[in-house]
Design a protein around this ligand. Sequence first.
Ligand code: XUL
Ligand code: MN
Length: 349
Amino acid sequence: MAEYKGRYRFSFGPWNIDQGGDPFGPAVRKPELLKKKMQVARDLGFDGMQWHDDDVVEDLDKKTAAEISKTSKRVKKMLDDHGLEAEFVAPRLWFAPETVDGAYSNPDPKCRRYAIERTKKCIDIANAIGARNIVLWLAREGTYIRESKVGREGVLMIRDAINTFLEYDPQVRILIEPKPNEPVDSALIPTIGHAIGLSYITVDPRRVGGLIESAHSILAGLDPADDMAYALAHKKLWSVHLNDQGGLKFDEDKSFGSYNLRRAFNQVRVLEEASYGRNGEWVGLDVKAMRTQKQAVAWKHLRNSKQTFMDLLEKVRTLDTKLEAQFKAQRDYEELDRYIVAHLMGVKA
Ligand code: XUL
Ligand code: MN
């Protein structure tokens, strides 16, 4: 299969330089200005940034259309000044009181309307900052107890909402970012298989695809590289959130490759072998600094994740695929296993 020999383009979101608060303790770092975050992106060789709608326009629910447009233009100018592009905008549909019991699948029609209007604002912001992609992390579309919702109805409500957006903007592309749980116990669209299935029942499946986050696949008990391969087979891997995760815990957003290097290697490999990036896809890094990290160095997780990706890319490109093919032909997977481990460690097999 042809490999994409172009340059990978990396992005992250303002939330990836955070204050280190968690459910058990307060912030331990001061907030950084957007300008500073853009400077970090530039200094570390990133080409773009990802956004939540209210990262661009704070207090979005209280803003008029004119205010939204003015602030978005200001952020677009900042991006231009830093030589950065906007990859996507995602509506924050899990914070407002209207979204306590879900957004598009909320049982209350007033709340569903809020979620739809909020997403239309998000699309307007995306257009204003030059992004065509809208990412839907369907945070609260699910249940805490099974009996509280009718799953079939919920899925169709999400489909209807997506149809509304596809019709609202004929250029927009919707990227579903599945996650099996957290904050809900059980999500309606828990995996990329569900997301892609849902895309096919919308009015324009060609404009609905997926964003796979490594940690989310792992939380679903799946291998991120296999999830990516599945989406690639459908031509629906339109972005990734690379990171790492230590098993079935809370969503850790660890640095890429920090927990399981071989799993990270296989993600880079599957992307490289499918020429990921050729159609403008980005490598997003949805990673968090450890809470222990001090203010002045709370960007190293981004540097490290990007560097680990590049180092693993080198491992992918220097893999002896002829030798690998021999092991496969002989069905000697033990030998292949050792060869991969040795290759990753840089020692003789
Ligand atoms: C949540 C998550 C989000 C999305 C964007 O787990 O990953 O940051 O990536 O809304
Ligand atoms: Mn993510």
